[in-house]
Design a protein around this ligand. Structure first.
Ligand SMILES: [Cu+2]
Length: 302
């Protein structure tokens, strides 16, 4: 059962309804995946998987709410009608076959329905289309390293205001200046990084995710991607971003004292802008001619 079509449509309608107010402002269009003050639901979805996840969430809420209401109503009825005061001599029967069949089959049917909708989405997350861009993501205490192996580009991304960028995790004057200089707004402190991951619009991006020290987790909520970065293991994830803009994420696996200070920024741009960025990055962030680390050499030799 291919569910993406109608899931996408329903998700799209929900998204449009939920965001119509918020996304009209120019700055919100730019910052698609940014937390908003007192925001209640997910950040806007910007990929098919993201939309599917939002749909699944609403779908489960639609199932859960009636169940909660039913159980609550039964409790209230029992409390009001069958309490000792109202019902001094309770019934003594212990079995009711039709009722037992119903409360066994009912949950089975509900679980089968949930499974038939959620499993295709889970499988689609793991079903990688042929990638247009491959990015290797490495989690470190406490920053992310990125490599575009096909382009021989590599760089680290530190939070602006972290010690590596000359700060001490406080929003002082120097950090404010650094944020402005990098094109960020002040409320993007703790989310903004010095280098951004740049990806082209509507292209399949394959992420190969690992870590050097402890387990981290790379996530961009709007893309529906969250994948553990485990030392010694290469995990894969993918997304195809459908809306240009700036997306923010954070390490999502408690990884040490500065876990809160290793944000993720992905910039989705047009293909032309991506090509232009690649040209510049090849000049400034080239890994061509850089010796691989000793561990990589040892692995290659085996
Ligand atoms: Cu981490």
């Amino acid at each position: 059962m291919r569910m993406s079509g109608w899931a996408a449509r329903i998700g799209g309608v929900l998204l449009a309804a939920g965001c119509a107010g918020a996304v009209l402002a120019q700055e919100a269009v730019e910052r698609v995946g940014k937390p908003v003050h007192q925001g209640l639901h997910f950040q806007p979805a910007a990929s098919e998987i993201g939309r599917d996840i939002h749909f699944l969430d609403w779908f489960l809420i639609a199932i859960i709410v009636p169940i909660v209401v039913l159980v609550l109503a039964l409790l209230v009825i029992v409390i009001l009608r069958f309490r000792a005061e109202k019902n001094p001599s309770p019934a003594r029967f212990t079995h009711n076959s039709p009722l037992e069949v119903a409360w066994t089959l009912g949950p089975v049917v509900i679980l089968v329905v949930i499974g038939s909708v959620s499993l295709p989405i889970l499988f689609r997350e793991l079903d990688h289309p042929t990638p247009d861009v491959t990015i290797k993501v490495t989690g470190n205490q406490w920053f992310w390293s990125y490599e575009y192996p096909d382009e021989q580009i590599g760089f680290d991304a530190f939070m602006i205001g972290s010690p590596a960028t000359g700060g001490d995790y406080r929003l002082d004057e120097a950090t404010r200046a650094a944020l402005t200089a990098a094109g960020y707004k002040e409320d993007e402190f703790l989310l903004a990084t010095d280098n951004q991951v740049v990806v082209p619009l509507d292209k399949v991006v394959r992420l190969q995710i690992t870590a050097t020290d402890v387990i981290h987790s790379w996530t961009i909520q709007s893309f529906g991607v969250k994948m553990d970065a485990v030392p010694g293991r290469l995990n894969e994830a993918w997304f195809r971003a459908e809306i240009p803009g700036l997306y923010f994420g954070q390490c999502s696996e408690l990884c040490g004292k500065d876990h809160a200070f290793m944000p993720i920024v992905v910039k989705v741009v047009s293909e032309e802008e991506y090509a232009a960025w690649l040209e510049t990055a090849k000049q400034t962030m080239s890994t061509a001619g850089v010796a691989p680390p000793p561990a990589a050499i040892a692995l290659a030799a085996n």
